[in-house]
Design a protein around this ligand. Structure first.
Ligand SMILES: CC(=O)N[C@H]1[C@@H](OP(=O)(O)OP(=O)(O)OC[C@H]2O[C@@H](n3ccc(=O)[nH]c3=O)[C@H](O)[C@@H]2O)O[C@H](CO)[C@@H](O)[C@@H]1O
Length: 365
């Protein structure tokens, strides 16, 4: 199969695409893949690191308020559609899939106009603007939450789950935390991170909680996000860290460390939730209130309502509450294991194969 993949902006749209490509390479090693991303997206770094061919487009997202920038956005979109058609004619894909983010708006739209079979993958419980726009033109739509059905034409929808779940589900404990990140062996680990970009409020609360983490029976791996790291490491509160607190800017290979994590504290981005549910890890979710239609709260509630995760709102978040919630969960093994078991029940560990089946059916009829 020749497949053109597009999606980007943030890790939540890129990692599902990469997981899909990984499964494709395993199941159909002769297939050819081209990734089209945005010049300014996180994909520019992440995709080549995975050894996948990348072409980029100069494109930007719409501002929510009316502004002059949006005129530029329309111009860049039309230019990118034109550019995408050129890339598609050169690469000659059998099928094109978009995994969200504005860049795939231009690429998938161009493919549909050229009558190439197309699919989009929606990771969230509420559709993003790009996928909503594309839903009119594409052949199939893969979803991960039943709530997303409301956003799309029923006849195109297939429940697939998020391909990243399959990548993570195949992982086993590897002692990576100890060998690569210097954490202690055989001490339960709490991972704190704010999505693929880091989250300022979660970072502030974590810094405020550092002293309260000292002398606990668990250790903390606090991942700040690359752009916040230097400032955080210059903060007086991080100068003398307790022995059980470790700080990193970013974890390049998150699936490899997740099997070693006892509890996750983080945003409720859809791809993070796919990972958490694939393995069954207890979590305390702090949804970002800054995303379209508050979709992270809806993502989080889909787990909280099944007692498959705990939740703190960003409004109530502070260092004291964060330290207390972590301590309560880490001190109560029975509750933690119950949450982890419920969490695993909602996972879709074969999601990448499910998406590939849809793509195969589009190509082979
Ligand atoms: C602010 C924003 O627009 N967020 C959206 C974005 O989130 P964001 O990009 O933060 O995405 P997710 O939380 O869904 O996924 C983050 C991904 O980055 C990985 N990771 C994170 C930190 C790290 O150090 N290393 C690493 O590899 C995680 O393992 C995960 O695979 O896309 C998601 C779609 O999936 C949406 O649900 C989120 O609402």
């Amino acid at each position: 199969m020749r497949i053109l993949v597009s999606g980007g902006g943030t890790g939540g749209h890129i990692y599902p695409a990469l997981a899909l490509i990984e499964t494709l390479k395993k199941e159909q090693p002769e297939s050819e893949v081209l990734y089209v991303g945005a010049e300014r997206g996180l994909e520019k770094r992440i995709v080549p690191e995975s050894g996948i061919k990348l072409r980029t487009l100069h494109i930007q997202g719409f501002k929510r308020s009316i502004s002059f920038e949006n005129i530029k956005t329309v111009y860049l979109f039309l230019k990118s559609v034109h550019e995408s058609k050129k890339i598609i004619r050169e690469f000659k894909p059998d099928v094109v899939i978009g995994t969200g983010g504005y860049v795939c708006g231009a690429v998938v739209y161009a493919a549909a106009r050229l009558k190439i079979p197309t699919m989009i993958h929606e990771q969230n419980s509420v559709a993003g603007i790009t996928n909503k726009f594309l839903s009119r033109f594409v052949d199939k739509i893969g979803i991960c939450f039943d709530d997303a059905r409301q956003s799309f034409p029923t006849e195109k929808i297939i429940f697939t789950g998020n391909p990243r779940a399959q990548q993570v589900a195949g992982m086993t404990k590897s002692n990576r935390l100890y060998k690569e990140y210097g954490l202690k062996k055989d001490v339960p680990t709490v991972l704190i991170f704010g999505g693929s970009q880091g989250a300022k409020k979660i970072n502030q609360a974590s810094i405020a909680a550092i002293k309260q983490f000292a002398n606990k029976k668990y250790q903390i791996l606090f991942v700040t996000g690359r752009r916040h790291y230097d400032k955080i490491m210059a903060n007086p509160a991080t100068q003398h860290l307790p022995e059980n607190v470790f700080i990193q800017p970013y974890i390049a290979d998150m699936p490899a460390i997740l099997p070693e994590i006892e509890c996750i504290v983080g945003r409720a981005g859809a791809t993070s939730l796919a990972e958490i549910t694939a393995l069954g890890i207890a979590s305390i979710l702090i949804p970002s209130p800054y995303v379209t239609n508050d979709h992270q709260t809806k993502n989080a509630m889909s787990l909280v309502s099944k007692n498959a995760a705990k939740m703190i709102t960003e409004e109530e978040l502070n260092g004291q509450l964060l330290a207390k919630e972590i301590d309560d969960l880490m001190s109560n093994t029975i509750e933690r294991e119950k949450i982890a078991t419920n969490c695993k029940q909602v996972g879709v560990p074969d999601a990448a194969s499910r998406v590939l089946n849809v793509l195969d059916s589009l190509v082979n009829g």
